[in-house]
Design a protein around this ligand. Structure first.
Ligand SMILES: *Cc1c(COP(=O)(O)O)cnc(C)c1O
Length: 375
């Protein structure tokens, strides 16, 4: 036995791999001073102008804590979603919310269920809190296997089932009716943790209603369509009872004051957010057309990214490296059947043009290598 302090057995068992290698680190490793950032689904269109103004005006008060209740923001969000502030929990990103929900609802030794290869932060929290993650693979067309997830939940009786909708990394989306069927088939004791990071990119009428439902926690963020990823602010929508539970454990001052101001102002800048959503839709169409021109299939997407089918895991991995070498940061899904795809965020028109040119160069560079022909 070591004499020195040791982490708990639960934490010692967690693999030391960092969740993601950051683009800053990738740039350092590849010897680039900066990268074209199309790998983290950040908004290429920046924060709403009103948020920028509000942040500038509020900077001087960084010496103050933010309102720990995020009262003003929760009231504005309550109007937006027609629910009460007590049904809203503000936190520093969906990543934070996923951790709170796992901690609150899954005991050590408990079970959680998710699609194999979906957004990984949920899995890190399950491991960190001593749970077991069971998975079901995507359908071959990249959609989330809702029927099979519900059936598996019936067998496993997990405390939590995690569904990202629209999904990352596939970009697929299940409309309200489909989700409703899945929900009806879940065990009564299983909580549906619905990660709606990309909900702003789909029509409101296609989303599950009403906003607050028994047995469901929905997570929304200002990181994607609202362009505030670096501000770290998001919220959970759930019943009063769930709200009161999360309230007990959330970090009291975990959301910074400047982010609160930015989020509040963003809600008042609807025309800007709508213009971002419209431009992202144009960008997705452009990526699909690029795929058609290069004879590379793409997955239909309801998000701010598109997956390109490179034909095999090896080719997709080689493409990520080749693009990094050329100063472009993208990522790829890690698990079959989606591991043969690369995932590319929709950039500004100029960034899309640059991506198209570099992607084509990278394809011919890879195509001319001998290893390429027999993978
Ligand atoms: C980007 C993303 C997140 C992270 O959201 P934050 O609010 O920035 O923590 C969560 N879930 C999914 C599916 C995402 O793609």
């Amino acid at each position: 036995m070591s004499e020195r302090p040791q982490p708990t057995a639960q934490i010692a068992a967690v693999p030391t791999t960092t969740p993601f290698v950051a683009p800053e680190e990738l740039a350092r490793r590849a010897g680039h001073s900066s990268l074209l950032r199309l790998g983290a689904n950040e908004s290429a269109f920046g924060p709403p102008p009103r948020s920028l103004e509000a942040m500038h005006a509020g900077l001087q008060r960084t010496s103050w804590y933010g309102d720990p209740e995020s009262r003003e923001l929760r009231e504005a969000l309550g109007k937006r979603h027609r629910c009460s502030p007590s049904q809203l929990t503000v936190a520093s990103g969906i990543d934070d919310i996923l951790g709170l929900v796992v901690r609150a609802y899954m005991p050590p030794g408990g079970t959680a269920l998710a699609t194999l290869g979906t957004y990984p932060t949920f899995a890190f929290h399950v491991a960190g809190y001593g749970g077991r993650l069971e998975t079901v693979p995507y359908e071959d067309d990249g959609t989330v296997p809702l029927d099979r997830l519900a059936a598996r939940a019936g067998e496993l009786q997990p405390q939590i089932i995690y569904v990202a909708n629209p999904d990352n990394p596939s970009g697929s989306f299940a409309e309200a009716g489909t989700l409703e069927r899945c929900l009806a088939a879940l065990p009564r004791t299983t909580l549906l943790l619905l990660d709606e990071a990309y909900a702003d990119f789909v029509e409101e009428c296609e989303l599950l209603r009403p906003a607050v439902r028994d047995g469901v926690i929905r997570a929304r963020t200002f990181s994607k369509a609202f362009g505030l990823a670096g501000a770290r602010i998001a919220y959970a929508l759930a019943t009063d009872e769930v709200g009161a539970t999360l309230q007990k454990i959330r970090l009291h001052y975990g959301v910074n004051r400047t982010a609160q101001l930015a989020a509040l102002a963003a809600l008042e800048d609807e025309p800007f957010v709508r213009s971002v959503v419209a431009e992202v839709a144009r960008g997705r169409d452009e990526y699909a057309a690029l795929g058609t021109r290069l004879k590379i299939a793409t997955l239909p997407s309801h998000t701010n990214f598109v997956c390109f089918d490179l034909g095999s895991r090896e080719r997709a991995e080689a493409m990520v490296d080749e693009l990094l070498h050329r100063g472009v940061f993208i990522r790829k899904p890690g698990a079959p059947p989606l591991d043969r795809f690369v995932r590319v965020t929709v950039g500004t028109p100029a960034e899309r043009d640059r991506f198209a040119a570099v992607f084509e160069e990278a394809l011919s560079a890879l195509g001319s290598r001998s290893a390429w022909s027999f993978v």
